[in-house]
Design a binder for this molecule. Sequence first.
Ligand SMILES: NC(=O)c1ccc[n+]([C@@H]2O[C@H](COP(=O)([O-])OP(=O)(O)OC[C@H]3O[C@@H](n4cnc5c(N)ncnc54)[C@H](OP(=O)(O)O)[C@@H]3O)[C@@H](O)[C@H]2O)c1
Length: 249
Amino acid sequence: MKKLEGKVAVVTGGNSGIGFSIAKMFSDHGAKVVIFGRDAESLKDADIALAGESMFIKGDACSQEDLETLFRKTRNHFGTIDIVVANAGGAIMQPFLEVTEEDFIYQSDVNFKGVFFTLQKAAPCMNDSGAAIIVSSSANCRAVPGMSVYGSAKAAVRALARTLTQELAPRKIRVNVLTPDPVMTAAYSRTGLSEEEIGDFQALQASQIPLKRIGQPDEIAAAALFLASSDSSFVAGAELVTDGGMTQI
Ligand SMILES: NC(=O)c1ccc[n+]([C@@H]2O[C@H](COP(=O)([O-])OP(=O)(O)OC[C@H]3O[C@@H](n4cnc5c(N)ncnc54)[C@H](OP(=O)(O)O)[C@@H]3O)[C@@H](O)[C@H]2O)c1
């Protein structure tokens, strides 16, 4: 059964990794999907790979103007917005003592400010009874050396979801957090680690997970489908952790 028939969904970072799998899962379930990111080539490729009606919009999640354009164009094209997934983000691994102000701003901008304003710009354009999903990380609640800025920003968006759940409740917009970790995507190659360091980091992560493996993007998309669909109609302000049990033991 298709669970998102007739719905319109916006997925930031829908051109890669977890965001792309979510966009594909939503599209396979009948949603019209808009994907948003900075890289024109991967946006085009991802858009072509989506089954149903879709559109891509190039922009930066840290730019107020680009976010306004995203939601205005989506609204103009599809007439409505039911689901927003604030997924764009990523980590750079850096020891705490080496983080410069520039590094701090870069990582907190995309992982916190970008998510905050994605939802602030989206909310007025969304239908009542819509669903908003914020993609966080298990670094929001556990120590990951090298991820001081990233983990703090991911904790901030977890807190944000609680407040937005209250503020958007009169419109019955449900805000939930999806917390994947670790998932096999291009995110690893964007951390600044070498291939060898990535291999060691993944082996360490797998060893800390009860299921003893790293997750796949489709497994996270299945959880996003639950949060976006009426299957989760009584779930609000919650955090759905998809980490093979890493933070639950
Ligand atoms: N993979 C993991 O193990 C893992 C674990 C925990 C949490 N997460 C979270 O899951 C989300 C998706 O990550 P992923 O693993 O799928 O990584 P990914 O494959 O590197 O995808 C990241 C996506 O975010 C987009 N993005 C980054 N900065 C952006 C910006 N300023 N404006 C617009 N788009 C931007 C990228 O598109 P462009 O490059 O085109 O801008 C890309 O589509 C992130 O929030 C990440 O923190 C991932």
